[in-house]
Design a binder for this molecule. Structure first.
Ligand SMILES: Cc1ncc(C[n+]2csc(CCOP(=O)(O)OP(=O)(O)O)c2C)c(N)n1
Ligand SMILES: [Mg+2]
Length: 732
């Protein structure tokens, strides 16, 4: 446990500062595998026993604390949701700074101390997140104090910054905008004194930056302090084990004496090491910490383990405007075209207005491109560097968080949410995959936290994925990838939801629901390009409430059992399915067609697997018991099969979705290449119809002829056929 001594020393010093200056401190531990240090300190300050009364402050309690550590049925070895005072798990390295910065935005009194491991500092997300300092406004945000812990090693090898000279490390941090304080050494008492000096100076510096900004209106980019703590890995632990050096080497990474249960020499070494702390001086005979040591810790909510910021913050409900004001007029289905994300942008603008210090939009520089630009009527892009007259809505006071790092967007939002605020991450669909792993970690956090009665709820992490695989006409193949949905759907039903609104009013309905929700990861996917609108707000609300429903106006012979069910989930699939239904109505008028639209993808799960899952009778009501279903899907077909596998006659579902056929091409050519076009779907429907379709072969030939016409037309004109481009729904 090579990092434990450094973490404990820091904890003790923070306690001193909190007590002296009544500071409001949140501690984030990047090397989360330093769990023992944090658990021990949270126990010693008394927080742990308050939350877990069976781990009392006595000998029996200490024994339970030890025995539950990293054992089956006990607590994990990492800092995490089970650790009081933490918003950061640190198991997957790289995100500690993003979380710390997210925590301090709009949190003026907070000081977030973020320990960065030197191994962690090699990760790409961490490397990118030093820049977060350029987004902190000293007047209205709190402060982050990074403590770069250079213990020289990661698991088995040396670290880049660990081997870099002091000068190089300081220049590196200075280049990022920090004023580093070096604390270097292996003599505990010396480091103890120097760390005290560095921390004191850092707090003074932070105060003076904040005072200047808050009382004198000083602007600009201050040099925020950072601490570089260079101490040996395994510091103060066993120096040699089995003749090999441990302290100061990579061998100190995990358990320094791994064979205590079988090797009496190691057991003796462990005993000697632990006795060197003189426990009889530290604890009384009943196992209670000596009062003079206990008095070193702060009391009540000032204890690091009891920080309200780390437990849902002081969360106030998000005031989300009612969607009615932003609704699109939709006189009839499939006639009006509109950019569906635009009305939602207006709703976000008013969400900013109604929640001026507790809501932020995070986005890698695409707010305008995603048609959410209405937010700039009330907010600016946040940026602390100098701005130019030609800049567009950029200001130090801005709250629209645009940074071209999906990792920073995600991490900042997580930190912001876990400390009790609200937000949305809008990003390109394909590039959401960059943070798939972070989303996974956050979902795990929520899942574990939900099982801890003392953990307060937090607002959901909401994603809006625009610029989808189906409409990246000029960006091409690199921008076409719906895989983030698969990442999300594979997580536990208790925490994840996926919504595929087919139009603007459904987006409003779904998004308002998501923004008001707690403890979920909500994924909303809809494209930003002009698209046909299907439902007025009242119908959209009713449809989204159900999550999936029959669109009776789109089908034929509603009172008869259908010959085929046409199902769709997603905006482009909805368009193609409705065009298929319209084509069949004209060309195969005897066919009885039912159209089902799915907004809430989780409805397809069995209720055993997801709380939104449809009951079997409800499922049969939509899809019948045995009629074939031609399913047009936004993402990879496998995702739907995975959801449906336990349903009645699952094999009758024929799913068509994105199958990695992409290019710089027209919107219709995208669906043609992936064989999800109206003509492909019509051929499927005709072939799978319950009752045979008259002239089936001629109809199929007509579909194939249309596909051939399409291919030659776009090669000649670089755009889709007029009857495709201008296609609109016409009532029967
Ligand atoms: C993203 C990621 N990759 C790999 C690992 C495996 N891992 C766990 S600890 C560790 C070394 C960490 O070194 P450092 O950040 O210097 O922490 P220290 O233990 O030295 O304080 C690694 C590579 C991980 N946890 N996360
Ligand atoms: Mg290290």
């Amino acid at each position: 446990m090579g990092h434990v001594a450094g973490l404990s020393l820091l904890y003790a010093h923070l306690n001193r500062l909190i007590r002296r200056d009544d500071l409001d401190v949140l501690l984030l531990v990047g090397p989360g595998h330093g769990g023992p240090a944090i658990l021990a300190n949270v126990y010693l300050e008394g927080t742990y026993s308050e939350l877990f009364p069976h781990i009392g402050e006595d000998t029996a309690g200490i024994l339970r604390l030890f025995r539950q550590f990293s054992t089956p049925g006990g607590v994990p070895s990492h800092v995490g949701p089970t650790t009081p005072g933490s918003i950061h798990e640190g198991g997957e390295l790289g995100y500690v700074l993003t979380h710390a910065f997210g925590a301090v935005f709009d949190n003026p009194a907070l000081l977030a101390v973020a320990v960065v491991g030197d191994g962690e500092a090699e990760t790409a997300p961490l490397e990118g997140s030093w820049k977060s300092i350029r987004f902190v406004n000293a007047a209205r945000d709190g402060a982050v104090l990074p403590v770069l812990h250079l213990n020289g090693y990661k698991i088995a090898g040396p670290t880049v910054l660990g081997r870099a000279s002091d000068d190089e490390v300081c220049s590196y941090l200075a280049g990022h905008g920090y004023a580093p304080h070096l604390v270097v050494g292996d003599d505990p008492m010396r480091v103890h004194r120097e760390l005290a000096i560095a921390l004191d100076a850092s707090v003074v510096k932070i105060r003076s930056i904040q005072d200047a900004a808050r009382t004198r209106g000083v602007r600009g980019t201050p040099r925020w302090p950072a601490i570089v703590l260079r101490t040996p890995k395994g510091w103060t632990g066993p120096k040699f084990v089995d003749g090999l050096p441990v302290e100061g080497t990579f061998r100190a990474h995990q358990v320094p004496l791994p064979a205590v249960t079988s090797d009496p020499t190691q057991l003796a070494a462990l005993e000697a090491w632990l006795r060197s702390y003189e426990p009889e001086r530290l604890f009384d005979a009943g196992g209670r910490l000596a009062p003079q040591l206990r008095a070193l810790a702060p009391t009540g909510a000032r204890r690091l383990g009891a920080s309200a910021h780390a437990n849902g913050g002081r969360r106030a409900r998000l005031d989300v405007p009612a969607p009615d004001r932003y609704a699109l007029e939709v006189a009839g289905p499939g006639v009006v075209r509109h950019e569906s994300t635009r009305p939602f942008g207006a709703l976000l603008r008013d969400t900013y207005r109604a929640n001026p210090t507790t809501f932020r939009l995070f986005c890698p520089d695409e707010t305008n491109s995603n048609r959410l630009g209405a937010v700039f009527e009330v907010e600016n892009r946040c940026f602390q560097e100098p701005t130019l007259a030609i800049d567009d809505h950029v200001s130090a006071a801005g709250r629209v968080m645009e940074v071209l790092s999906e990792h920073c967007c995600q991490g900042w939002l997580e930190g912001y949410l876990l400390t009790g605020r609200h937000g949305l991450f809008a990003t390109y669909e394909a590039f959401a995959l960059i943070v798939a792993s972070m989303a996974t970690q956050h979902a795990k956090w929520l899942e574990v936290a939900a099982g801890l009665p003392w953990r307060a709820p937090v607002s959901s992490l909401n994603y809006l994925l625009t610029s989808t695989c189906w409409r990246n006409d000029h960006n091409g193949f690199s921008h076409q990838g719906p895989g983030f949905m698969d990442t999300v759907t594979s997580k536990k039903g208790a925490v994840v939801r996926v919504y595929l609104p087919p139009d603007a009013n459904c987006l409003l309905s779904v998004a308002v629901h998501c923004l008001r929700s707690e403890n979920y990861v909500n994924l909303i996917i809809i494209d930003k390009q002009p698209q046909l609108q299907w439902l007025d707000l009242a119908s959209a609300n009713a449809h989204c409430e159900r999550g999936a429903s029959i669109w009776p106006w789109a089908g034929t012979a509603p009172d008869e059992p259908p010959d085929i069910v046409l199902a769709c989930a997603g905006d482009a699939p909805t368009l193609e399915i409705l065009a298929t239904a319209a084509w069949l109505r004209v060309h195969a008028p005897t066919m009885r067609v039912r159209v089902v639209n799915i907004v809430d993808l989780m409805k397809l799960f069995s209720p055993r697997e997801h709380p939104h899952g449809m009951t079997e009778p409800a499922f049969v009501e939509l899809f019948t018991r045995d009629t074939d279903v031609v399913f047009s899907f936004h993402g990879y077909a496998g995702a739907v099969h995975q959801l449906l596998h336990a349903r009645t006659n699952a094999a009758r579902f024929h799913v068509r979705g994105y199958k990695e056929e992409g290019s710089t091409t027209t919107p219709f050519d995208m669906v043609v290449r992936n064989e999800t076009s109206r003509y492909h779907l019509a051929i499927d429907a005709i072939r799978r119809s319950r009752r045979p379709v008259p002239d089936a072969e001629a109809l199929i030939a007509a579909c194939l002829a249309m596909l051939a016409r399409h291919a030659s037309y776009i090669a000649e004109h670089f755009e889709d056929l007029p009857e495709i481009r201008d296609w609109a729904w016409s009532p029967a």
